[in-house]
Design a protein around this ligand. Structure first.
Ligand code: BG6
Length: 488
């Protein structure tokens, strides 16, 4: 038997992760403009399989949304009021021992419509204060530049990223961030889950398929994706130029897919899904479109318009590390009657060997190790897990939350991370998702909780917003203190 290193390396970055639109609230404060997230309504009767409709909007929805400034029906407008409570939250995270914290910068706090001549100084100031407060606690910021919160105006005017003009707007926003925060922030991510453009194009890229010419919707989404790839490469270059020692990462939803059986047709179906998932990181890490994907697009009649210089930009400005989210694995089959269950804005065939969360996401710690091994073997770049966690309902009993189910989930995943590192994977760090309970991206629920820190708020926005340490808070604190040595 090989001997396992009992602890994670001393420089392993244990961390926490949130996103502005799911946590900050204060959606129309201090000059902030409306973002796509601010138009997403909470629907109390959710069909979990119909994930596209949770995050889609129509013209009517948008005009209804802004007739009133009320935030009751739009949970992402209120978040968990991190905007006003970040000092208290950071103190709790520091108490847990957090070394790095992933946050996003709301583009609309800096450029409310995306096209102002000058950045909004109140917005710039807010993040400077936030990053200084993190540094005070010796918490390293890890900043996502685009996490489902682009200016709604850019979506309406240009159909979002379909129009190449949005590249310039984004590059200007990012450069304002590098200029202002370059001394405070070293770790940057360009687009959160860039692959999600296909699953929920409105929240990811401001694209409304109904605005496309007949038969052009898929073409438009791929064009929007190409613009994001180019923008990502440009801002990677700019960050490297402006921020000394900066590390820039891409970010993928890791959707590792197994064949339902060893029938070659199922194996081929799973392979296809996995190649689709690698497409994005192939471009951002290796610097060019994979030939098999290009051929597939050609066969589907989709042609991506590239301007002179695009290929060179993609090739020259690849990322320094690859970050990803991992919550669950998927299974694929060619059998038409195979039962499909919901996952992270995706449907997959039910895997009989895996339990699932109340939302249907299949819990698979070994899948995390498989993902780490595959990604490292393919790209040979440092990896960073920037989202992972267990969405569950919590109950407060006598002021306590005994969330042993969440601890079990993390324990099993950490053991697999450790095993993957033991086998040679270079893993820089780990930021648990929604370390403080926040609004769900997919369902806009508050009751789908991921946190080690409980927030007193329900799906309708009732509650005091007070924070409470869950049992998992103390457990994660111990894991960090022992460098992963004590997962008990
Ligand atoms: C990731 C997103 O896909 O999954 C997060 O980057 C999101 O924003 C997380 O919150 C969990 O999904 P959900 O729908 O449970 O919030």
């Amino acid at each position: 038997m090989t001997k396992m290193n009992p602890v994670f390396p001393d420089n392993f970055l244990w961390g926490a992760a949130i996103a502005a639109n799911q946590a900050e609230g204060a959606w129309n404060v201090a000059g902030k403009g409306p973002s796509v997230a601010d138009a997403i309504e909470y629907k109390s009767h959710l069909d979990l399989k119909d994930y596209e409709s949770h995050m889609a909007v129509s013209d009517q929805n948008i005009s209804d949304a802004f007739l009133s400034l009320n935030n009751e029906r739009y949970p992402k407008r209120r978040g968990i009021d991190f905007y006003h409570r970040y000092k208290e939250d950071l103190a709790l995270l520091a108490e847990m021992g957090i070394k790095i914290m992933r946050v996003s910068i709301a583009w609309t706090r800096i450029f409310p419509t995306g096209e102002e001549a000058e950045p909004n100084s109140a917005g710039l100031q807010f993040y400077e204060d936030l990053f200084n407060e993190m540094r005070k606690h010796r918490i390293e910021p890890l900043v996502t530049l685009s996490h489902y919160e682009m200016p709604l105006k850019l979506s309406e005017k240009y159909n979002g990223w379909v129009d190449r003009k949005v590249i310039d707007a984004f590059v200007r926003f990012c450069n304002s961030c590098f200029d202002r925060y370059g001394k405070l922030v070293r770790y940057w991510l360009t687009f959160n889950e860039i692959d999600s453009i296909h699953r929920h194009p409105f929240t990811t890229a401001g694209i409304r398929k109904e605005k496309s010419a007949p038969g052009q919707a898929e073409q438009d989404v791929y064009q929007g994706l190409h613009h994001q790839f180019v923008a990502s490469a440009i801002v990677t270059r700019d960050c490297h130029t402006k921020v000394p020692d900066s590390q820039v990462g891409c970010m993928l939803t890791k959707l590792t897919t197994y064949p339902r059986t060893c029938h070659p047709d199922d194996v081929q179906a799973a392979l296809k899904k996995n190649l689709e998932n690698y497409f994005y990181t192939d471009v951002q890490v290796l610097g060019s479109y994979p030939p098999l994907i290009l051929r597939e697009l050609e066969l589907r009649g989709i042609s991506i318009e590239m301007q002179p210089g695009d290929r060179e930009i993609l090739q020259q400005h690849t990322v320094d590390f690859l970050s990803f989210s991992y919550y669950m694995s998927l299974t694929e089959s060619t059998q038409p009657d195979a039962e499909r269950i919901p996952g992270n804005t995706v449907l997959g065939v039910k895997n009989p060997y895996l339990p699932a969360s109340e939302w249907g996401w299949q819990i698979d710690p070994v899948g995390l190790k498989i993902s780490l091994l595959e990604l490292y073997d393919r790209y040979r770049k440092p990896l960073f897990i920037v989202e992972n966690g267990f969405g569950a309902k919590d109950t407060v009993v006598d002021g306590k939350i005994c969330d042993s189910y969440r601890i079990d989930y993390f324990r099993a995943h950490f053991a697999q991370m450790r095993a993957a590192m033991h086998e040679g994977v270079e893993l820089l760090g780990y930021t648990s998702w929604g370390t403080i309970d926040l609004i769900s991206a997919g369902t806009s629920q508050m009751s789908k909780r991921y946190g080690f820190i409980y927030v007193d708020q329900d799906d309708e926005g009732n509650g005091t917003l007070s924070r409470l340490r869950k049992d998992s808070f103390h457990w994660y604190q111990k894991v960090i203190a022992t460098q992963g040595g004590d997962l008990g």
